[in-house]
Design a protein around this ligand. Structure first.
Ligand code: SF4
Length: 60
């Protein structure tokens, strides 16, 4: 099932982990922060949230 996520741009440090791992869901915005461009497979949402070093990814 697809799940909606969001990125807290204030918290994002622009490390690129989510963008590199899940390019169908995240891309960099003009400020070098991750932004959401698509939904995420439910199976990997918790992994993406857990791997973000800034705790910036949240379920919507
Ligand atoms: S993994 Fe977290 S800190 Fe790194 S770019 Fe993605 S949202 Fe930002």
């Amino acid at each position: 099932m697809a799940v909606k996520v969001k990125v807290n741009a204030e918290a994002c440090i622009g490390c690129g982990l989510c963008v590199g791992s899940y390019p169908e869901t995240f891309e960099f915005d003009a400020d070098g922060k991750a932004t959401v461009i698509g939904e995420m497979d439910e199976a990997v949402v918790d992994e993406a949230i857990g791997n973000c070093p800034a705790g910036a990814i949240e379920k919507e």
